[in-house]
Design a binder for this molecule. Structure first.
Ligand code: PCA
Length: 332
């Protein structure tokens, strides 16, 4: 006779098990575990928000769906996360939206310099671009659960930068196509480095300047290898949490509702905590000796010129979809 244990071992379908009248199997077999790769460390506010999201999902489903977070690129590295979720190697994952800008310009809209450089504008740009973003993801069997922006992006260097020319020749850390392009337009030399690798990249001299948030600067202990932070507020790039559509469709209706509710809550919470993060991490930079600089008029002017070039490039690549996004954004 088949025992409960051997049934479970055989991976027998729940309905078949139920037909055998095996008591006690239902609860155990209905438990789903989702591995969730993320690129950033446990101390990061995005990861903390995801931890709250996972807890929320577990609570709302009475423990039938459990999300296990694998932070800092430990399960899949950042550049692999999207395809891992697309292929179902991981049912759910987090990544920077603009990492996919080389696939389609739609993914790069939040990294066009100065297009949306406050939280309100970033939110409006998100709303304007969301239908296109969702459509592009759906083409790959991916569903968007939520996004959360990083704090506004500023320039870190080992000296005060008063004009774009001061960046000339510097080895510049990049994290997506836009930061690479910005570096090139400033005659700097870009190198892609993931966040967990920042401290080593600076201490070994692979890079000597970067553009990122107060959050990433503080979490990387920028004061160990940099001296100045220029609060340029160039853009607010977003992270997104995506799910494999097949994995989502395989959930019960109650589980689907729980995931969507927890995602909506995570989005609201994340946008708020990003604002708080901007203040608290800027203060931590100051406390640790980083000089926080209001950018000079010249630097802003130079960056605006670079931004215009990048906006024109973007619009050309994004075509009619891009025009529609910009029209919807400007109508707000
Ligand atoms: N931190 C991430 C993306 C933007 C940010 O603020 C990084 O530096 O890679």
């Amino acid at each position: 006779m088949l025992t409960t244990r051997s049934l479970a071992k055989a991976g027998m379908h729940l309905a078949a098990a139920a037909a055998f009248g095996v008591a006690g199997l239902t609860a155990a077999a209905a438990e789903t575990k989702w591995d969730m790769p993320t690129p950033y460390g446990d101390g990061n506010f995005h990861t903390q928000n995801i931890a709250a999201f996972a807890k929320d999902v577990s609570n709302k489903t009475g423990g039938s769906l459990n999300i296990q977070i694998h932070s800092a690129g430990s399960l899949f590295k950042h550049p692999e996360i999207k395809n891992a979720v697309r292929k179902g190697l991981a049912p759910i994952g987090e990544l920077l939206v603009s990492r996919l800008a080389n696939e389609d310009a739609v993914f790069g809209v939040d990294s066009v310099p100065f297009l949306a450089s406050s939280y309100d504008k970033a939110w409006n740009l998100y709303q304007a671009s969301k239908p296109a973003l969702e459509e592009k993801l759906a083409e790959q069997g991916l569903q968007l659960l939520y996004t959360v922006p990083w704090p506004p992006q500023g320039i870190y260097a080992k000296k005060e930068v008063t004009k774009a020319d001061d960046l000339k020749g510097l080895k510049f850390r990049a994290y997506n196509a836009a930061t690479e392009r910005l570096a090139l337009l400033a005659d700097a030399v870009p190198t892609q480095i993931e966040v967990p690798d920042i401290p080593t990249a600076f201490s070994t001299g692979r890079v000597e300047a970067m553009i990122t948030s107060p959050s990433t600067g503080a979490n990387s202990k920028a004061w160990d290898f940099l001296t100045h932070y220029h609060d340029t507020q160039a853009w607010l790039p977003k992270n997104m949490v995506i799910v494999n559509k097949g994995a989502f469709d395989g959930l019960s209706d109650a589980e689907k509702a729980a995931v969507l509710e927890a995602a909506a809550a995570a989005e609201t919470r994340g946008w708020e905590s990003s604002k708080a993060e901007t203040k608290s991490k800027t203060a931590i930079l100051v406390e640790n000796g980083i000089t926080v600089v209001e950018p000079s008029a010249q630097l802003l002017q130079d960056l605006a010129a670079i931004g215009e070039t990048m906006a024109a490039d973007w619009q050309e690549k994004a075509g009619d979809t891009g025009t529609a996004i910009l029209d919807a954004y400007k109508a707000n």
